[in-house]
Design a protein around this ligand. Structure first.
Ligand code: NDP
Length: 330
């Protein structure tokens, strides 16, 4: 079996030398255990934080150890009554081709015509993040204006589509014209390409002269500053991520216009999706219906082969993905 271990901690942008593909062997399965062949694995921006040796909401990855992350796989051998051969499971045991487990922290996937990869994306953690940020943090209302950054990614593309379903006017920011066209095809009227805009704040004003009621923050830095300039009184900012800063080697200065928080009486709230996981069944029921009816589209960017996982991960910071970035294992 094969696995990917963390060789060294990245300084700044991660590189391929930070990772090694290694061979491992597995013991025979014991009573109460089963063997999983991973079919899909996820790469996510939060993994960059786990590569830094520091205290956070989740423990850092250990050097020389196999990495972890969301994965979906198929049971190919079993001595466990609740996990039969042929069933599909989701786990945090990504970055490896196979593994043996007793089933703790494993979820059986429902029988569905959907590809198991969607349980890593629109029906999984990123989709749940978009739903949580809009419903439980920002409490977006019909008729309001929503601004979403990193809007064509796993979380952002769901946040845009849910915003439209909730009756909001959606303004989005992305890093390429191609991504902008994809979002427009989904019904997002105003999309800014932040890479070809020299004044993001002015571009946001032009896209939403009525002002922003809710900002779904995925990027930080200049995006946060531009949003603060354009927020309406009593606006809400759901702080989901700040990907523009994850590879910084020195602390990033804050926006110079933070005083708008007072003047505009803003509510700014950070959140971690796992604290809201008790609401997953409610989310999954709604999302399942939206996917089945075609009201939500599940876009993915697929890299093939475990050895491509480091490339896929690095690609997140280079804007290589549209929709959820996933790795298809052999
Ligand atoms: P994405 O699928 O959005 O992938 C990352 C995207 O971010 C890239 O495609 C790129 O798109 C954009 N990006 C990368 N670097 C920059 C930069 N310097 N400036 C602006 N945009 C950049 O990832 P996810 O949807 O998985 O995650 C989105 C955000 O949500 C991240 O900040 C992540 O940490 C956060 N998150 C938070 C969770 C929580 O519980 N709080 C849970 C899950 C995710 P482009 O081409 O448009 O630049």
């Amino acid at each position: 079996v094969q696995q990917i271990v963390l060789n060294s901690r990245p300084e700044g942008m991660p590189s391929l030398t930070n990772f090694s593909l290694t061979d491992a062997s597995l013991a025979p399965i014991k009573a109460g255990e089963f063997l999983v062949k991973n079919l899909w694995m996820s790469v996510d921006p939060y993994m960059r934080g786990r590569m830094i040796d520091r205290k956070s909401y989740i423990a850092p990855f250990a050097l020389g150890e196999v990495l972890e992350g969301g994965a979906t796989g198929e049971i190919i051998e079993s001595n466990h009554a609740d996990f039969p051969v042929g069933a599909k499971v989701s786990s945090m045991n990504g970055w490896r081709s196979h593994y043996i487990t007793d089933g703790s922290d494993h979820t059986l996937l429902p029988e569905t015509p959907l590809c198991p990869s969607h349980f890593l994306g629109v029906l999984g953690m990123p989709g749940m993040t978009a739903w949580t940020g809009l419903n439980r943090i920002a409490e977006l209302k019909e008729g309001e204006t929503l601004f979403v950054s990193a809007a064509s990614g796993a979380v952002g593309s769901v946040a845009c589509q849910l915003g439209l379903l909730m009756g909001a006017k959606v303004v989005a920011s992305v890093g390429s014209d191609e991504k902008a066209e994809t979002l427009k095809a989904m019904g997002v009227e105003q999309v800014i390409n932040y890479k070809t805009t020299d004044n993001l704040s002015a571009a946001l004003l032009a896209a939403a002269p009525q002002g922003i009621d809710v900002y779904f923050e995925n990027v930080g830095g200049e995006h946060l500053s531009a949003a603060l300039d354009n927020m309406n009184d009593h606006g809400r900012i759901a702080v989901c991520g700040m990907i523009s800063q994850y590879n910084d080697t020195i602390p990033t200065p804050g926006p110079s216009n933070l005083a708008y928080i007072i003047m505009k009486k803003l509510k700014i709230e950070g959140f971690i999706v796992f604290e809201h996981w008790a609401h997953y069944p409610e989310f999954a029921k709604q999302m399942g219906q939206w996917l089945a009816s075609g009201q939500v589209k599940a876009e993915q960017t697929i890299y093939e082969g475990l050895e491509q996982a480091p490339n896929a991960f690095i690609g997140l910071f280079e804007g290589k993905n549209s929709g959820k970035m996933v790795v298809k294992l052999a």
